[in-house]
Design a protein around this ligand. Structure first.
Ligand code: BES
Ligand code: ZN
Length: 691
């Protein structure tokens, strides 16, 4: 049995492997469109035609949105009354719209007469609709009214139906939403781009015995005049926000409630009869909100936050502002039967989604190109938060054994990709939600935080959130704020990690010169397929920290390696002291020590003065280097000796024998990922006999 701790990519997301498309056909006319599948046809057409964002001549200020789902027929009726601003006279309004039928549309300029739209031209492939008016809409404010109908689909995106069984076993359906990245347009016609923010006044007309939730708190609930079985639930106006963060849920749920120390009402909604299973997430959320408020020095801006377990859910969780949706396994803990790794997972997911309430929701990426930052940042700070709230979990060790090593393994492959990729058409967004965005993104932010230091990092984060709150920002905007706060060349350092794929291997040798230790350090690209050849060898700006046996947990010296090689002098190091690079296993690189340096680390390994994460990092590097060294018997013996000291020798021997017989880096890393030398986590030990 192979027990994997790293669950960064949820089940449905595991399928989200990045696909590489062949280059655009240079002569599209030669392609026989009748012979290829319609999806491929769609893609080819998209490629030939560059993606264009929505025009800016009409933009929304406020959406008054009323939805009436039918949980029996799986349809919904909608009424949109949007306050819009016309910036340039036009007789057309272009919006996003998909799988929705518009019944009527009209525009009324402020204080003027209503004009009915005379045509709705759907551009299905672009998921847009153009509303045409008989005369020009003049510059200024106005109200756009649209009546429409749609289907409560079964595709787990947009406004969809989720099946559940009542405690008595009766099958029923809830109506729920999942809008990220570009599916709000399936619930209502809208400007579905992250930079087009507006406020929302949402009303839901629902059966009176159902729970109705949205981003904000309920401000009115009254009988629906046309049907005594229905009620009209009105929610408070939201802050200005992006469409992908809007959410509503209509169904049957129980809840547990608490108040966080900063006065926010927190509720965890569970299936009926399972309220008990929401208590752990409630504890996490009430601890997490004040942590972020304090860390960012910016309060949570809404009066409430709901966390809800949805029976049918494609992602692991979704950070809708004030109404976070989760798959059941990412939120519910059975106090009697759940194991500690399930608790840790719930704590991390809650920590991740609540971090987005600031980083993502309050300040939103300007375009999907910056999505890696949104997800990478949340995937790093979730650990910081869990470490603060539950120090007994020793959660950073798990970051190293799950995200960090996974990212190194994947990014060493020739078909990896840079973290930052340009996204044009929204269909490309799905392709970048992968372990490189999440795990490498989180790892390079962890390295950045360590390079800057917590105090300046927090200063920069606070400046960024205050400067861009209720607005949009790009990756460069964050680097600017961190650069200002720290006085360090953040943009230059970070671009070397985000704009090129891969990472370096740092080759280190040492020489004792009287009381000083001289380190010779160089970098080259690390490739799982063998040494990187070629003249255009990439290079990184590598923050390097160094510790010694005097205090293995403390960094003695920090340098920025901004060239292929350099020499560093460590003063006052006696010949019997060992020197180690990358204490805490924070730098996103592998290390190849000279034979003598490697051998000198043995006492620190044997007496356990070298921290667990350092032994873990060292062991992981050695495994990944081993297959390349397989022919050099002497070096192989040395590595085996060090590995043997880190772990149980007989187990290691079995792993080595197997690994050397297969000789693939992937096999090595997958064995290794399941092996954690920290005795606290021995439940994750892989049994080689099982394998
Ligand atoms: N924003 C994402 C969810 C998402 C991703 C929705 C892509 C639609 C498309 C959310 O914050 C997230 O990252 N969820 C993770 C869980 C998290 C703990 C890593 C997920 O769903 O796997
Ligand atoms: Zn996320």
């Amino acid at each position: 049995m192979l027990l994997l701790l790293g669950r960064r990519v949820s089940l449905s997301f595991a399928k989200r492997v990045r696909t590489c498309h062949p280059p655009s056909p240079s002569k599209p006319a030669l392609v026989n469109f009748n012979q290829i599948h319609s999806d491929t046809r769609h893609r080819l057409r998209q490629r030939g035609r560059p993606f264009v964002r929505l025009p800016t001549d009409v933009y929304p200020v406020n959406y008054g949105l009323c939805l009436k789902p039918d949980l029996i027929d799986f349809t919904f009726e909608g009424k949109l009354e949007a306050v819009v601003e016309v910036t340039q006279a036009t007789n057309q309004i272009v919006m996003n719209c998909a799988d929705i039928d518009i019944i009527t549309a009209s525009f009324a300029p402020e204080g003027g007469e209503e004009i009915n739209a005379t045509g709705f031209n759907y551009q299905n492939e672009d998921e847009k609709v153009t509303l045409s008016f008989p005369s020009a809409l003049q510059k200024g404010s106005g109200t756009l009214k649209i009546d429409f109908v749609g289907e409560l689909n079964d595709k787990m995106k947009g406004f969809y139906r989720s099946k559940y069984a009542t405690p008595a076993g009766e099958i029923r359906y809830a109506a729920v939403t999942q809008f990220e990245a570009t599916d709000a347009r399936r619930a209502f016609p809208c400007w579905d781009e992250p930079a087009i923010k507006a406020t929302f006044d949402i009303t839901l007309i629902v059966p009176k015995d159902r729970v109705a939730l949205s981003n904000m708190n309920v401000i009115d609930r009254k009988p629906y005049p046309d049907d005594e079985n229905l009620v009209e639930v009105k929610f408070a106006t939201t802050p200005i926000m992006s469409t992908y963060l809007v959410a509503f849920v209509i169904g049957e749920y129980d809840f547990v409630e608490s108040q966080s120390s900063d006065g926010v009402t927190v509720r965890v909604y569970t299936p009926i009869g399972k309220a008990e299973q929401g208590k752990f997430a409630l504890e996490v959320a009430t601890k997490t909100l004040p942590f972020y408020k304090d860390y960012f020095n910016v309060p949570y801006p809404l009066p409430k936050i709901d966390l809800i377990a949805i029976a049918d859910f494609a992602a692991g969780a979704m950070e809708n502002w004030g109404l976070v949706t989760y798959r059941e396994t990412a939120l519910l803990i059975d106090p009697k039967n759940s194991c500690s790794s399930s608790r840790q997972w719930v704590a991390l997911v809650v920590g991740h989604e609540l971090a987005h309430q600031w980083f993502g929701n309050l300040v939103t990426m300007e375009w999907w190109t910056h999505l890696w930052l949104n997800e990478g940042f949340a995937s790093w700070i979730e650990y910081l938060c869990v470490d603060h709230c539950f120090p007994e979990y020793d959660i950073w060790t798990q970051f190293v054994s799950a995200d960090y090593t996974r990212a190194l393994d994947l990014d060493a492959l020739d078909n990896s990709h840079p973290i930052e990729v340009n996204v044009g058409h929204p269909s490309e967004v799905d392709e970048i939600f992968d372990a490189i965005s999440y795990s490498k993104g989180a790892s390079v932010i962890r390295m950045l935080h360590n390079y800057i230091g917590d105090e300046d990092f927090r200063k920069g984060m606070n400046a960024y959130l205050l400067k861009f709150q209720h607005k949009n920002a790009s990756t460069e905007d964050l680097w600017d704020c961190l650069e200002q706060a720290s006085g360090k060349p953040i943009a230059a350092v970070m671009s070397s990690w985000t704009k090129q794929m891969g990472f370096p291997i740092i080759v280190v040798d040492q020489e004792q010169v009287s009381d000083d230790r001289i380190l010779k350090i160089s970098q080259k690209k690390f490739c799982a397929s063998g040494p990187h050849n070629g003249e255009d060898c990439p290079s990184w700006m590598v923050p390097i920290s160094i510790c010694t046996s005097e205090d293995p947990a403390c960094t003695k010296l920090k340098v920025l390696l901004d060239r292929p090689e350099t020499s560093i002098t460590l003063n006052n190091i006696s010949p019997d002291q060992w020197v180690k690079i990358n204490p805490g296993t924070v730098g996103f690189y592998r290390i190849q020590y000279s034979s003598s340096m490697l051998e000198s680390l043995l006492p620190g390994i044997r007496d356990l003065t070298l921290q667990p994460v350092d032994r873990l990092g060292l062991q992981n590097d050695l495994f990944s280097l081993l297959h390349k060294q397989a022919d050099m018997q002497e070096e192989k013996n040395r590595i085996e000796r060090v590995l043997g000291a880190i772990s149980a020798p007989d187990l290691i021997q079995k792993v080595l024998n197997f690994a050397l017989s297969v000789r693939t880096a992937t096999a090595l890393s997958s064995i290794y990922q399941s092996y954690n030398p920290n005795p606290k986590h021995s439940q994750f030990l892989l049994s080689i006999d099982d394998w």
